[in-house]
Design a protein around this ligand. Structure first.
Ligand code: SIN
Length: 504
């Protein structure tokens, strides 16, 4: 259990595809997840995966739409690589068993915000769930892949800017596991905000681990807020896919007016940052609503079964009612700086998916480009140098005095005391305060005074929990580090761009 060729931290689409691709090269792979294998952000992705595969489409159009949504801040080389590999990504998912919606044997394609063509392949309104299930099934069948669930990665094992593996916390014990390649695929940071579409596990762990390992970052200020999250009795709950607007739903204000018409040539299908800010403005005079009453009940139930059911639980019928919505933190467009192979600035350390920044999203991600990015950039795995491993391993063991490994140095060590109930309550209260502070001060519309307040909060929180030893406190420390990095990046960008909108 102590040595692997490849360690993957995270079990969403990027992590599992990288694990499977590594196993295809005969590498021994360990996948580590702090929760259950399928408790991921991927699972909640509704819309689909974008790829210019239709006869009427071309990757150059996909390229243009990606750049326009990204406020032309994107890395053009990375975008070209992404859009040119769209077909391959879809083929890969078909190969692992994803059953995309088809008609007469042809993939059906939908539209989302910022796309000038129908190019989003989907599985009803649960594309992410279908992908996650197919990947998990393939991983479970693969004898070269070991999965460790409920295991928290406390630190990366770093020495002289090289990564040697991870230090895990499992069953209240710290332990080091070594690998030639370590890949971070931990997903997003939505949980650092009060309102988010992300699951509870999205706490910026990858960012925080990479930060403490000395990695470089890029574009962290660009947090994408999804415009349409169901809001009921003052609480945001679940995402209502942009594909709903792609299939013709309108956005109305409290006066019943389509407020996106005239604001952007694509109206309701304008890039997400523009729609989210427009709703934010409308909310000052009431609410924003989705209106899909012009479709038949049959259509709504078949095309959007999960959304239909979820709304019905709160007493809303898509055919009859206006659906109250509000924006919520959705996606981190930047992340750990990587090249086209996923390499970070630390040797033997890779990053993929939402926690990484390849540069494809620019200042605002084009809808449904994230599942695409996760597959395209994990389809090629690095070569593992077998002979060098033994030396690097012993090199680390002999000098494992890196500060981050104290107090639990080296092998297995029992955590002295698990958190008491009172400590757990205190940590939960601190977590809520961080989420509220970030929402208020680093949200859809920002200014430097508020950003400084959030920075101060994150710094003081880090002081309070610098001695983190339990899963809860280590996770909160990661959230505080992620909040700090994002807020600093937002403070450094003085002018509005994409989803970073600042009034000063
Ligand atoms: C959605 O279905 O609206 C979300 C898809 C995405 O974020 O790409």
């Amino acid at each position: 259990m102590k040595n692997f060729d490849v360690i993957v931290v995270g079990s969403g689409i990027a992590g599992l595809n990288f694990a499977l691709k590594s196993a295809e090269k005969s590498y021994r792979v360990l996948v580590i997840t702090k929760s259950k294998i399928d408790d991921t952000g991927t699972r909640l992705a509704q819309g689909g995966i974008a790829a210019a595969i239709a006869d009427y489409d071309h990757y150059k159009q996909h390229f243009n739409d990606t750049l326009e949504a990204g406020a032309f801040h994107n890395d053009k080389k990375a975008v070209t690589y992404l859009v040119k590999h769209g077909k391959e990504a879809i083929e890969r998912l078909l190969e692992v068993g994803v059953k995309f919606n088809k008609k007469d044997g042809q993939l059906l394609l939908t539209r989302e915000g910022g796309h000038r063509q129908r190019r989003v392949a989907f599985v009803a309104d649960y594309t992410g769930l279908a992908i996650e299930e197919a990947l998990v099934a393939s991983v479970h069948k693969n004898k070269r892949i070991t999965v460790l669930e409920n295991t928290f990665v406390a630190e990366l094992l770093i020495k002289n800017k090289k990564c040697y593996g991870v230090q895990i916390l499992r069953d209240k014990k710290f332990e080091n596991i070594f690998a030639k390649v370590t890949a971070l695929a931990t997903g997003g940071v939505g949980q650092i905000f009060e309102h988010t579409t992300n699951p509870g596990i999205s706490t910026g762990d990858g960012l925080a681990l990479a930060f403490r390992a000395g990695c470089k970052f890029k574009d962290l200020e660009f947090i994408q807020f999804h415009p349409t999250v169901f809001k009921f009795r003052g609480q945001t709950s679940f995402l209502i896919s942009e594909a709903v607007r792609g299939e013709g739903a309108f956005l109305l204000n409290s006066k019943g007016k389509r407020f996106m018409v005239g604001k952007h040539p694509l109206a309701e299908l304008a890039p997400r940052d523009i729609v989210a800010r427009a709703i934010f403005e409308e909310e000052k005079n009431g609410s924003g609503f989705l209106d899909f009453r012009h479709k038949t009940t049959d259509y709504l139930q078949n095309r959007f079964p999960q959304i239909y059911k979820e709304l019905a639980k709160s007493g809303f019928k898509m055919k009859k009612d206006l659906i109250p919505i509000s924006p919520a933190a959705h996606y981190l467009c930047g992340g750990i700086k990587v090249d086209l192979k996923g390499k970070t600035s630390v040797k033997n350390l890779y990053a993929f998916g939402e926690t990484a920044c390849t540069g494809v999203h620019g200042a605002n991600r084009l809808a449904s480009n994230s599942l695409l990015e996760a597959i395209v950039f994990t389809n090629n795995v690095p070569k593992v140098n077998h002979s060098a491993f033994a030396n690097r391993h012993s090199e680390f063991i002999s000098e494992s005095n890196h500060e981050i490994l104290k107090p639990p140095q080296g092998g297995a060590q029992q955590v002295q005391d698990d958190a008491t109930t009172t400590q757990k309550h205190q940590l939960a209260a601190l977590r809520t305060n961080l989420q509220k502070t970030m929402w208020r001060n680093v949200g859809i519309v920002r200014n430097s005074t508020d950003l400084k307040k959030a920075l101060k909060f994150a710094q003081s929180l880090l002081k309070k929990i610098h001695n983190a030893q339990t899963k809860e406190s280590l996770e909160l420390r990661n959230m505080a580090h992620a909040a700090l990095l994002i807020t600093k990046a937002a403070l450094a960008r003085k002018k509005s761009l994409g989803c970073h909108f600042t009034t000063i």
